[in-house]
Design a binder for this molecule. Structure first.
Ligand code: NAI
Ligand code: MG
Length: 507
């Protein structure tokens, strides 16, 4: 691109048009919406939450608590328990007892009723769940309201349907549950990841100990309350809070039959190493560096929206985010111009405002990581463009950003940034696009944009990614299996394939 990038006095990069060019359209200032804040006065969070073990909340043996904050204003929302090894042991014992006493003996049709009950209760309380998700994690209310919470309910509905049909899921082979599943989830989709993990485990007859991430524990704790109200047999679902040490204690507990983990590749590798030789089953859903491949014959307006959705959705805190844009060289300048104009219109700010497109970064730690990688991108010579938006003074924020002129070898093309930062690269032939797209240690997802259906199929067959979207991006359904290749992990979640991770097959 020939446009220069300059730093404004505030340190936010802004595009300045060259003298011979038309000035950049500044849609961002053309109009303003009146604030439309979601009301929160009815939300009653407890000042402190204990551990949900054996069907009831109780204080941790550790006697320790830690705060969870709202990343958009740094206010403490509540304190949650820090489970130690003894607490983890209690939770696993409760899950084992519930497995033996109730859940493994219960007919599938009965288990299904409980799953349906959870799904319906989630729908009834959808608004409160969405608000708390947004307060605890920083994501825009329109996403938690329209995506996270409805999808979480959909996963319970979908798996409720399987609970009494498992004999038909594996072509005549009989499916038996594994026992106790230890499940560790990240902070990017807290409630949805809890649903992804709990619903198939219960449908298949397993009991669960789930640990949410330390920065976003609240919706999992609300889910525990909901499970208590749904009168699941005590101990079928146990929810314990804590950080990495609590997670490690769960992974290494001798009486856990299966571990399901979603999070960083680094921790995933550590878990895999510690489980080697134990006979415990394992599924890992780790990082990604997805290529979103745009051919010159693509419907450009749709492609721009797809790219925006692919990388700025949920502040880029998405393992399958389309964080590498591979654009055919002849379309590069047009596409980059449109992208620049489009991100200038994005509303960054209060996540509880219904107009907000991009919310707060989940934590200070994650913000530091994004900044470090963006600085590396600048040092390595790529050209940065950040939307010229004013960022709130309190809280953790990062303006939607993209880099052009990115080398394949640079850190911003190789490492997961997990923030609203896109790296733009070019290609000339489908073969080159494919080679660059697959040139990563990850393989979770990819996108292809073109007018030619045959080109989509040709690419999809050859892309080493668990999910390939054609002329769309970031679309999910509980019936569609999701999971990675290479260092993005193994095992699938969702669909019939996802059930396989929670059963032993006879015959
Ligand atoms: P993380 O992998 O440390 O955290 C994920 C979960 O694992 C949390 O519940 C955490 O408490 C738990 N955990 C941490 N250490 C553990 C251990 N030794 N044993 C068992 N459980 C453990 O991820 P973190 O530090 O929050 O984020 C770092 C980077 O990881 C991000 O910048 C992003 O690139 C990537 N990430 C990828 C995610 C994905 O969906 N694939 C989700 C979150 C982060
Ligand atoms: Mg929080």
């Amino acid at each position: 691109m020939s446009r220069e990038i300059t730093k404004s006095p505030k340190g936010i990069a802004a595009a300045s048009a060259g003298a011979s060019q038309a000035p950049a359209l500044d849609f961002g200032r053309a109009w303003d919406y009146a604030p439309a804040l979601e009301g929160v006065s009815h939300i009653k969070l407890q000042p402190r939450y204990g551990l949900f073990i054996g069907g009831a909340f109780r204080a941790p043996r550790s006697d320790k608590y830690f705060a969870t904050v709202n990343p958009s204003n740094e206010q403490v929302l509540s304190e949650v328990a820090e489970a130690n090894a003894a607490d983890v042991d209690d939770a696993v014992r409760a899950a084992r007892l519930a497995y033996e006493k109730y859940w493994s003996k219960m007919r599938g049709a009965e288990r299904a009723k409980y799953l349906f009950r959870i799904a319906r209760a989630l729908q009834e309380k959808a608004r409160d769940f969405a608000i708390v998700e947004t307060m605890d994690g920083g994501k825009p209310i329109k996403e938690s309201r329209d995506f996270d919470v409805p999808m979480a309910a959909a996963h319970f509905f979908y798996h409720a349907g399987w609970a009494d049909k498992l004999d038909y899921a594996f072509q005549g082979r009989r499916a038996r549950p594994l026992g106790v599943a230890g499940q560790i989830i990240p902070w990017n989709f807290p409630l949805l990841m809890a649903a992804w993990k709990i619903a198939p485990a219960l449908a298949c007859g397993n009991t669960v100990v789930l640990k949410p991430a330390e920065t976003t524990p609240l919706t999992a704790l609300l889910l525990a309350q909901l499970i208590e109200e749904a009168e699941l047999p005590p101990g079928v679902v146990n929810i314990i809070t804590g950080a990495g040490e609590t997670g490690a204690a769960l992974v290494n507990h001798a009486d856990v039959n299966k571990i399901a983990f979603t999070g960083s590749t680094e921790v995933g590798k550590r878990i895999q190493a510690s489980l080697a030789g134990t006979g415990k089953r394992l599924t890992l859903e780790l990082g990604g560096k997805a290529a979103n491949v745009v051919f010159a014959d693509a419907p450009m307006d749709q492609a721009v929206e797809g790219i925006i959705n692919g990388i700025y959705f949920n502040q880029g805190h998405v393992c399958c985010a389309g964080s590498r844009l591979l654009v055919e060289e002849s379309a590069h300048d047009t596409l980059v111009r449109r992208l620049r104009d489009r991100i200038a219109t994005m509303r960054v700010g209060d996540p509880l405002d219904k107009n907000t497109d991009v919310g707060a970064i989940n934590s200070k730690m994650q913000l530091d990581r994004i900044r470090e990688l963006v600085d590396a991108g600048e040092r390595e010579g790529a050209t940065r463009y950040s939307a010229p938006c004013a960022l709130p003074s309190k809280g953790y924020w990062f303006a939607p950003t993209f880099f052009t002129g990115v080398a394949q070898s640079s850190r911003i093309a190789r490492e997961e940034i997990f923030g609203p930062v896109l790296s733009v690269l070019t290609f000339r032939t489908p073969d080159e696009a494919l080679e660059k797209a697959n040139n990563t240690m990850y393989g979770l997802s990819a996108g292809v944009w073109t007018d030619k259906g045959a080109k989509i199929f040709w690419m999809a067959e050859r892309l080493k990614a668990g999910v390939v979207w054609g002329n769309t991006f970031n679309k999910f359904d509980p019936s569609s299996p999701f999971g990675g290749y290479k260092e993005s992990g193994f095992g699938r979640e969702g669909g019939r394939q996802g059930l396989a991770a929670y059963v032993e097959l006879d015959g």
